[in-house]
Design a protein around this ligand. Structure first.
Ligand code: TRP
Length: 331
């Protein structure tokens, strides 16, 4: 039996290169050696988009297409839709008793999001508790590993606390410890030089972007604002074009030479941006092609989700039944 992965994404928009280096790349790499479950977390997305369920609904398809685009294979991995598995909410309900409000308040990712989304004194209870629902997602599948971005680490920590508390209280080893795995790049900067690429900040390059969009976005990319003339010495640190070349350019030795040249002076941003455009286009073109191919066959994608959700539901139901037995509420 293969070890188990459970991971996924909120369907609030198409996925971008930050998702790719943070998690999707790992998922593709681990796919042959793990039983992988991919959750399209629409209910979690609703915790801060309850006023716009249409957006969430539309993006379920977009996320599924992005998974297929990067090479996640529905024959090997199980794609499923969170809201279609009621067992997850029943588990959430029992887990909510195992977590204090004070502990929920300490979750750093929640704190960040409350600040970012300006929720302040009107935090929806559903949003506040989503780490518990995420613990249910992970524990329902008894996952060994969660490949995700570094902002998910606090969720995994909380999941392990809930698992331990459950086992201790109900005196059965239903759950085991789960580990997180962050991608080669914990946090990819946005094209504007902000610390994090994000759809809401408008600084993202998407997995389905056209060649023209890639060209346009690289042209906008933040470099060294003091590098005015080609002959000026330039700074590599904080220069997004170099950040991206370091991450995505397969020719590491040449990138090092370019850095030295840029520091000395005599290397223009235009040359570097042309190179980066080609590097990104080479990487994204096959993804875009696969994405378009599946986009033209939405019925097939819906079938993948239907079958995956049915299979995932069986696993969640089995775990729920063990949970209820351990608690003695299997009347
Ligand atoms: N929190 C994740 C996100 O923001 C989505 C998610 C829901 C998830 N349940 C999960 C991720 C379980 C990993 C494991 O996109």
């Amino acid at each position: 039996m293969k070890p188990i992965i459970l991971t996924g994404d909120r369907p609030t928009g198409p996925l971008h290169l930050g998702h790719y280096v943070g998690s999707l790349q790992n998922r593709v790499k681990l796919q042959p050696n793990y039983q992988q479950y991919l959750i399209i977390a629409d209910s979690q997305a609703l915790t801060d988009n309850y006023d716009n369920p249409g957006l969430v609904r539309d993006n379920v398809m977009q996320v599924a297409l992005d998974y297929l685009a990067v090479g996640l294979d529905p024959k090997e991995s199980t794609f499923f839709i969170q809201s279609q598995i009621p067992e997850l909410y029943e588990l959430t309900c029992y887990f909510l008793n195992l977590v204090s409000v004070a502990r929920l308040e300490r979750n750093p990712t929640i704190k960040d999001e409350v600040r970012q989304k300006n929720m302040k004194d009107a935090i929806p209870a559903g949003f506040f508790c989503y780490p518990v629902s995420q613990a249910a997602d992970i524990l329902a599948f008894k996952a060994d590993l969660v490949p995700a971005g570094e902002d998910q680490n606090p969720m995994i920590e909380q999941t392990n606390e809930i698992a331990k508390r459950f086992n201790f209280l109900y005196k059965q080893d239903v759950f085991k410890e789960v580990k997180s795995m962050v991608g080669s790049v914990g946090r990819l900067p946005g094209i504007d030089g902000k610390a994090k690429m994000s759809k809401s900040l408008g600084n993202a390059i998407f997995i389905g972007d056209s060649a023209d969009e890639i060209t346009r976005k690289v042209r906008l990319m933040y470099t060294d604002p003091n590098h005015l003339k080609v002959s000026d010495p330039g700074t590599v640190e904080g220069n997004v074009v170099f950040d991206f070349l370091t991450i995505f350019d397969p020719n590491k030795a040449e990138v090092e030479e370019l850095k030295a040249h840029y520091r000395r002076g005599g290397l223009g941003d235009g040359v570097l941006k042309k190179r980066l455009t080609d590097v990104l286009e080479n990487m994204i073109a096959p993804m875009r092609q696969r994405r378009e191919q599946y986009q033209n066959d939405p019925e097939y994608v819906r079938e993948i989700l239907r079958v995956g959700t049915a299979n995932a539901r069986q696993v969640a139901a089995q775990t729920l039944s063990e949970v209820k037995s351990a608690m003695g509420i299997n009347y």
